[in-house]
Design a protein around this ligand. Structure first.
Ligand SMILES: Cc1cc2nc3c(=O)[nH]c(=O)nc-3n(C[C@H](O)[C@H](O)[C@H](O)COP(=O)(O)O)c2cc1C
Length: 359
């Protein structure tokens, strides 16, 4: 039995983006999405400043820590520390293609070593009582066929993985930068659907290139969950519709309400000595594509680095937005037929209709 509830919607782990300030802000837009930390290596958790690496605010729940590493014992110890800190889930990064990560033999290069990942999953499952999940790619380099992918996932299932999240493209470890590896290899969501069909009892989530809630709802007809990365940061107001469209809840917060929920946190962190720019950064994508969005962005990014700037900068930028942008709510029609979560929050439409195993 998988541990934990299904997670029909999550915001992807993103280095330098999904820090605790961003996650705190996002809670003003969606209460139900699962949030992830940036990747933190097991070694950093074991030897580094845990408050800086793991600290988070209670309102961020549900929140998963993403770990990087290939040493099962170190991963297990780091996971124990993270769960003691209050994290709801532990995710292992097997998708990140950066050079720095490859040298330590973790991230996407581990797709070539299913036995190592399986051993890590076993150690994590033994170490903690919360769900243990893996985020991986469709393949790497020439190991990019379904035979390899399904063998890799079979090893994870055997080790007791609770869910997998598949970034629906392969990674080229030689020759492409991490950024290019998020755009150049083509998306193949249909292969994630085939994976779900091959492993009907496994919760399978898809990730990559999903920019709006219509696309989320379409994917939820065939897989158990959708993870959204760049759109959730660059165009964060898309998250205001998630609780209604995916979870069938009433909440459809406006930009003004989301900012109001975040401001007390900004004030508290300023008093504790946090500089203004990292606190303002999560707000910058909130008015993307809306009237007044460019000046919102400029006011915040230029204003936050001026000497003496404080939280009133955010209030000023908000007041300058046109009323209909400031107070707009996500489309109510999206909430009419929620897809994904059942009433108890467990089991998506994909799980309920999953075909029996064929093998
Ligand atoms: C700035 C940035 C940082 C990222 N950092 C991580 C990371 O720490 N761990 C990880 O598994 N994926 C990371 N990713 C990949 C995303 O989690 C996601 O898989 C990818 O962006 C595809 O989803 P999207 O098209 O919705 O953005 C990062 C992506 C971006 C844009």
């Amino acid at each position: 039995m998988p541990r934990g509830p299904a997670r029909p919607f999550s915001v992807a782990p993103m280095m330098d983006w999904t820090d605790r300030h961003y996650r705190r802000f996002v809670r003003g837009l969606t209460r139900r999405a699962l949030l992830y930390t940036e990747m933190v290596t097991a070694a950093a958790v074991l030897h580094g400043d845990r408050e800086r690496l793991l600290g988070f605010d209670e309102v961020e729940h549900p929140v998963a820590v993403q770990l990087g590493g290939d040493d099962p014992a170190a991963l297990a110890e780091a996971a124990r520390a993270a769960v003691a800190w209050g994290y709801d889930e532990v995710n292992l990064n097997v998708g990140c293609p950066s050079d720095r990560v490859q040298r330590g033999r973790f991230g996407a290069c581990l797709m070539a070593h299913p036995e190592v990942v399986a051993e890590a999953v076993r150690a994590l499952r033994q170490a903690v009582a919360v769900p243990v999940t893996v985020k991986h790619r469709l393949g790497i380099d020439d190991l990019d066929g379904d035979a390899h992918l399904h063998g890799f996932v079979a090893a994870l299932v055997d080790a007791g993985v609770d869910r997998v999240v598949v970034h629906a493209r392969k990674a080229w470890l030689e020759g492409l930068s991490p950024k290019e590896n998020r755009t150049v290899p083509p998306l193949q969501h249909e292969r994630v659907v085939a994976l779900k069909r091959a492993f009907p009892g496994l919760r399978v989530e898809t990730n990559g290139g999903v920019r709006d809630l219509d696309a989320v709802r379409a994917h939820l007809r065939t897989v158990d969950g959708v993870m959204v990365g760049r759109a959730a940061y660059e165009d964060s107001f898309v998250l205001a519709g998630v609780d209604a469209a995916v979870f069938g809840e009433e909440a459809r917060p406006s930009r003004a309400e989301a900012v109001a929920a975040y401001l007390p946190y900004v004030e508290a962190r300023r008093c504790a000595g946090t500089p203004l720019p990292p606190l303002v950064k999560p707000l910058i994508g909130l008015a993307r594509g809306a009237r007044g969005g460019r000046s919102w962005r400029r006011t915040l990014s230029e204003g936050s680095v001026r000497p003496g700037a404080g939280p009133e900068l955010i209030e000023r930028a908000l007041a300058a937005l046109p009323d209909e942008v400031r107070d707009a709510r996500p489309d109510a029609a999206a909430a009419a037929t929620p897809v994904g979560a059942t009433a108890d929050g467990v089991g998506s439409r994909a799980s309920r209709s999953a075909r029996p195993p064929t093998a």
